[in-house]
Each structure stands twice: as C-alpha cells, then as structure tokens.
Design a binder for this molecule. Structure first.
Ligand SMILES: C[S@@+](CC[C@H](N)C(=O)[O-])C[C@H]1O[C@@H](n2cnc3c(N)ncnc32)[C@H](O)[C@@H]1O
Length: 274
C-alpha cells in the first residue's frame, strides 16, 4: 500500500550506529525534527518506515521492515564502485548531450532536483560547474554527508569533480541570484508520484517516492518546470521514464532517448560559442 505520510517525522527516525555517535545523532534528530530511536526493531515498533543512521562511515537511510529484510541502506558515495562504473557507461554521454556538453566549455548547470546528487556528479565529471538544489532535509543530510566525505577523500579526481559542485540547501527557486549569472542550463529530475514501477525507478528512488510522496506531487513538478522555463537560461532539460508523456504535456525541442530514461530538451536560446 502506498504510504502517504503527513511529514517525514511520521515515518523516519534517527539512530546512531555506535555509542560514540549518540550525542551527534541526537543533535541531528533535533535539527531535522525527527524522533530518536535506538534500533531498527524499535523503529518498526514505533510504526516508522525508515531510519537515518549516523555511523563512522557517514549517514545512511535504511528502510524498516518486520523481518529486517528491507532494501538499502541508501548512502551517497561519489567515490564508490557504482559511480566509477556509471562513469564508463553510455548513460552519462546521453545526459551530457542533453545539457549540451561540447557545445560550450565549462557549462554552468543548476540541478534543481539534486536528490542523491548522482546526475550532478556525472555533469561535474563531464566538466560542468553544477549548483545542486535540494529541499528535503533528510535527503540533504545524505547528500551533504556524501559531498563532505568525497571532498575529504585522498583522491585528486574526486576532489577536482567536487570542486565543480556547490550545494544549495532549499527550494530551487531560492537559489541566490549570483548563481544565475552565466547559468546555461536548468536540469530537472522530478520524482514520479504516480509510483512508476518501471526500471527507470531504482529501489532508492522508490523508497523516496514512498517517504516523500506528499511533497512531490505532479502539480509541484509542473510548477517547478514552469519556473525553470521563465529563467534566463539556454536550455531546460527534464529527465523522464522512456515511455512517459512529456512533463505538463509540453513537447520538447528534441529528446535524447536511452534504454530506460529519456531527456526532454527545451531549447530557449543558443548556448553560445564553445
Ligand atoms: C528523483 S530525485 C532526483 C535524483 C537525482 N537526479 C539523482 O541523480 O540522485 C528528486 C529530488 O528533487 C527534490 N526536489 C523536488 N522539487 C524540488 C524543488 N522545487 N527544489 C529543490 N529540490 C526539489 C526532491 O526532494 C528529491 O530529493
């Protein structure tokens, strides 16, 4: 049954993976306005759906189930094997092509729906400078932790990519005007509130859909899209499941089509000289 929580505090608790982190985890719980829990079993008994764990390795989000077999945990690990593997995959090229990598050097992109920052990371790895806007406090806790760990890593490639990523905590529409100077592209990857079960929705995004459905309605995505189209940028790019209708029924200028996802490109003006 789809969850329709009133707020994250109804469904998510915060816990520490070891005693040394209790104080830090309880401060995080207070900051996020979430209940503190000792164990996943206690979270289940309290009727929570997920636990945000603070551990020595960083912050992770674990779905809670009766038998403890829930998928997860979700964590942001830019230096991990999945991101390195994705780097070599053709999917990155499609995203790069959609925003216009190669048409202008050092493209400036606002990722208005940053989530776990994977698409932002791909764009930064392709040389774009990326502002990441994320408004959901629990997602922000995961994302900020992942960015911080990658920044501290002893890895020059990772440090260079991270140097092109800047986090904005809050609504995309509240990104300060200075980030819009020279901005080329606004990128949107809204959630699919209609509970899309296709391959395009990975397990972690399915959990996000369940936990944050009330904040991510179709109307909300349409409003963000309308806002994006009004900004002074050359392109707005919208990620969609490959067979979905275009957002708000608005036909794109062109689309870059992959196996599971499609990038609808709305060209508003030329990207300018390379
Ligand atoms: C499907 S996820 C994005 C996944 C992301 N592309 C990635 O690669 O990890 C959508 C995210 O956008 C955020 N979001 C939706 N509307 C927003 C808005 N108006 N401003 C900031 N964040 C928003 C949601 O909280 C959610 O975390």
């Amino acid at each position: 049954m789809p969850l329709q929580p009133d707020s994250a505090s109804d469904v998510i608790g915060v816990a520490a993976a070891d005693a040394a982190l209790h104080e830090q985890a309880s401060a995080l719980a207070q900051d996020l306005g979430l209940p503190w829990v000792e164990t996943t079993a206690a979270a289940y008994s309290a009727g929570l759906q997920a636990v945000l764990w603070l551990g020595a390795e960083g912050v992770s989000l674990q779905a809670v189930s009766r038998r403890g077999h829930a998928p997860g945990p979700i964590t942001v690990d830019f230096g991990g094997a999945t991101m390195r593997h994705r780097r070599r995959g053709g999917q990155n090229e499609l995203l790069g092509k959609a925003v216009g990598v190669g048409k202008k050097s050092a493209l400036a992109v606002l990722d208005a729906t940053a989530g776990l920052g994977r698409d932002s990371f791909v764009l930064a790895d392709l040389g774009c400078s990326v502002t990441l806007a994320e408004r959901e406090p629990v997602v922000l806790a995961l994302l900020a932790d992942g960015l911080e760990r990658a920044r501290r890593a002893d890895d020059s490639w990772l440090n260079a990519v991270l140097g092109r990523m800047r986090l904005h905590r809050g609504e995309a529409a509240t990104v300060p005007a200075v980030a819009f100077a020279g901005l080329d592209v606004i990128y949107l990857d809204p959630m699919f509130p209609e509970r899309d079960k296709s391959a395009a929705v990975k397990k972690d995004m399915a959990l996000f859909q369940a936990l944050f459905a009330d904040h991510n309605t179709t109307g909300d995505a349409v409003a963000l899209f309308a806002w994006a189209l009004q900004q002074d940028v050359a392109r707005v790019v919208v990620k969609r499941p490959v067979r979905a209708v275009s957002l708000a029924g608005r036909q794109p200028s062109h689309a870059i089509v992959g196996k599971a996802v499609r990038y609808d490109v709305y060209v508003l003006r030329s990207l300018g000289p390379a």
